[in-house]
Write a protein that binds this ligand. Sequence first.
Ligand code: NAD
Ligand code: TYD
Length: 378
Amino acid sequence: MSKTIIITGGAGFIGSHVVRLFVNKYPDYRIINLDKLTYAGNLSNLKDVEQKPNYKFVKMDICDFPAVLKLMQDEQADGIIHLAAESHVDRSIKDPFSFAQTNVMGTLSLLQAAKAYWESLPEKYEGKRFYHISTDEVYGALEMTNPEGIEPPFSTKASSGAHHLAYGSAFFTEKTKYQPHSPYSAAKASSDHFVRAFHDTFGLPTIVTNCSNNYGPYQFPEKLIPLFVNNIRHRKPLPVYGKGENDRDWLYVEDPARAIDLIFHKGQIAETYNIGGFNEWKNIDIVKLLIKTTDRLLGRPEGVDMDLITYVTDRAGHDLRYAIDSTKLQRELGWEPSLQFEEGIEKTVRWYLDNQAWLDAVTSGDYQKYYESMYQGR
Ligand code: NAD
Ligand code: TYD
């Protein structure tokens, strides 16, 4: 059945993978990519789909409520998949206002527009869906109850490589209390609450998912993995925050994109699903894997660049451990990651090495000044 779906933030990292998946998989859907094109949004992320007849790009700020409402009316949107956000924790520490503006007020503007448009239709909310993409960071930080690592209670394809560890016995479930610590996660938490409030108050057909760290092609190189691959290539220092002991649960971006497709179509209204890989890595172990992989792919002696590791002042309020329990999604909708971390890292490093022009284009100008100021501050 034909549908019109607005995907917000479709020119960003995860959004571009979701847009690509939907445009290619559903030729009878109309996919509208609504993006403001901030520093993190790049239309070059979508070169391969921009000519497809079922794809349309609209440059718009989600905070512009009248424009969003008009777009929903003009396009007769049946669904929204909402990814647009300010997404980098370090930036949120420097400039919390823009995070509250986009992540909270922008989400509210979309909710209000969806409500107003869908309530004006004879069928009202029938067949409609507002799917909000959020993060595991809203749950706060977990303890490292076993810093040496234990076998996690469940394994998935993402974690079944040589490295298969959990650094604590507790995991974030859909019932974990919200305890955000950074301005980024506080703003995302607030937006999640607004989404649920619109379901509970007005009956808006909402779904929320909270996902662990993503990596893969087209990620803006201020985030750990692309930043470090680029620095290793150019033999620039690798600024590891604190002792590099913080740990995160990582997923190759095409896996969450598949989960988003599944949940958009088969998820239950008003439900929350956690998306994660049972694939925990300490930052320092990732950095060493990145150095070895990048060196090997560049034909350098493997590990020769280990001396680029530079321990710098820790991030303020740095969450120690994130670990997602995604058994609900696996049990109810049958989703599983498809790739082991080592395989995903190899694909990712190769992509950044093969796409230096993309890296140069997105890191030119203002970004370079911003990066230097961040690094000097440490
Ligand atoms: P990103 O920073 O790469 O992309 C964000 C996109 O949103 C960009 O294209 C940007 O131009 C657009 N945008 C920003 N402000 C906007 C505005 N006011 N109006 C319209 N568009 C705007 O982010 P990402 O890493 O792809 O994350 C996407 C979503 O997934 C976010 O909501 C984030 O909180 C969530 N998430 C990300 C991760 C991760 O590891 N990257 C993990 C879990 C959840
Ligand atoms: P990041 O990619 O910013 O994602 P998030 O903070 O949302 O998890 O960072 C991943 C981890 O890497 C996090 O623990 C912070 C750390 N980190 C560094 O040690 N150095 C860096 O330069 C960056 C960007 C991150």
